[in-house]
Design a protein around this ligand. Structure first.
Ligand code: ATP
Ligand code: MG
Length: 392
């Protein structure tokens, strides 16, 4: 029954003079999301409102789901939009609306009118009163409750008139493309896709780096990461995924360094290489799925030692989250099922039985000296042989 949606946005409403940039980015992201489904839509903005209008047949559920992937949207309100043909016509349409949405169920309601166009024949209070009366006369199943109604019938008098009472929750956040770019260290685990999602939700474009270690990690492990990147891209928009062959570096570290320091040294090289791609792609920071104390390499001491190799800010949006909180989000955004597929990623193969939990930076740097003969060349080869895939 609906042909249009009113899109309500949150924080971008507070951005002062830059507001139009945020609104334009939001319109762009809405168009991108709707392009993936059947049907033609027009997306337009009018004084703090964004409208989505269907120009062809479309599937309502599909359209709502698509809109629910667009960061920046707080509420999706399916609406009836009519021309201003006088109050009698408005009343007839409002009655029609209530009949369609609520049938003959008993509902309490109140009218909430907003007259944004001041030359309309009645003011907001008058619309509230008079329209309420018309509805009561026409519909035997409805009654008024001004304090706690089942339905708040919004009537907005603008160029056209918007009638709506349903509010469907959007994902919140800010439109992607309004806050620079960051590079996500994406593994096949549960955490890093969630970390990417959370930073994208703040308006940030995502680039990703995956460290692959064939033959220790299989093609299916790589495919799993590609699939995860696709799942994050549903929300974040296109992701440039760099797949780095990390095998030789890992084996070299394994050969040269104390095994209890393996993970931490590996992680330092991962961060260094990820930062290379970040700078190359003009990213302003790195993102990881780390959370304090989750594993040995994520104690405060380990994080400090890992961080030391980076010059860009490292964003760890899950830093204070318990695993279950992260799992809940991954289920909600749809990455969980892919994340728990059983293919090993490179970190789980080269793990020591007793990794250091309080690494000492000086000691780690001393161990890294043992790599000095070949490591720079190996890093260069890893970078030069990186495969980059555009994920959309
Ligand atoms: P995830 O955190 O994604 O569930 P994980 O639990 O295996 O993976 P760790 O191995 O401790 O976590 O890694 C911590 C973080 O380092 C990950 O969240 C991810 O950002 C990054 N990372 C780990 N392994 C890789 C990899 N193979 N490629 C890219 N990034 C990785
Ligand atoms: Mg983790």
């Amino acid at each position: 029954m609906y042909k249009a949606f009113l899109i309500k946005y949150g924080e971008i409403g507070t951005k002062g003079k830059n507001r139009y940039l945020f609104e334009d980015a939001l319109c762009r992201q809405i168009r991108r999301a709707l392009k993936k489904i059947d049907g033609e839509f027009a997306v337009s903005k009018e004084q703090g409102r964004i409208y989505v209008e269907a120009l062809s047949e479309f599937d309502y559920e599909e359209a709502v789901s698509a809109l629910q992937t667009v960061f920046g949207i707080l509420w999706i309100c399916p609406m009836m939009q009519i021309e201003d043909n006088g109050f009698d016509d408005l009343a007839a349409n409002a009655i029609e609306y209530m009949k369609k949405v609520y049938g003959d169920k008993p509902v309490t309601f109140k009218v909430k009118a907003r007259r944004a166009r001041k030359n309309y024949e009645k003011n907001s209070m008058e619309i509230n009163m008079d329209l309420g009366e018309r509805l009561l006369e026409a519909l035997p199943n409805v009654s008024v409750d001004v304090h706690n109604p089942d339905a708040e019938l919004n009537v907005e008098i603008r160029n056209k008139i918007n009638i709506y009472s349903e509010f469907i929750k959007g994902p919140g956040g800010m439109p992607v493309g309004t806050n620079g770019k960051a590079t996500l260290l994406l593994s096949g685990g549960i955490d890093s896709p969630v970390a990417g999602y959370m930073i994208a939700k703040r308006g940030v474009i995502i680039d990703a780096v995956y460290f692959h270690a064939p033959p220790y990690t299989s093609d299916r492990a790589k495919q799993k990461v590609i699939d995860l990147a696709k799942e994050v891209a549903v929300y974040s928009g296109p992701i440039n995924l760099h797949i780095v062959n990390f095998t030789d570096i890992q084996l070299y570290i394994y050969d040269q360094c104390p095994h209890d320091e393996l993970t931490i040294i590996m992680r330092r090289y991962m961060m260094k290489i990820a930062e290379y791609f970040a700078i190359k792609e003009e990213s302003l920071g790195l993102i990881t799925g780390e959370s304090i104390g989750q594993v040995a390499s994520q104690t405060m001491h380990s994080l400090a030692v890992t961080n030391e190799v980076c010059t860009l800010p490292v964003m760890r949006p899950l830093i204070g989250f318990d695993k279950q909180d992260i799992i809940d989000i991954s289920q909600q955004i749809g990455t969980f099922e892919t994340s728990i597929l059983p293919f090993e990623d490179c970190c789980t193969i080269f793990v020591a039985k007793h990794p250091v939990t309080k690494p000492n930076l000086k000691a780690i740097k001393r161990s890294e000296l043992k790599l000095r003969e070949k490591i720079d060349e190996m890093v260069k080869v890893a970078i030069d042989t990186t495969e980059t895939i555009w994920i959309d």
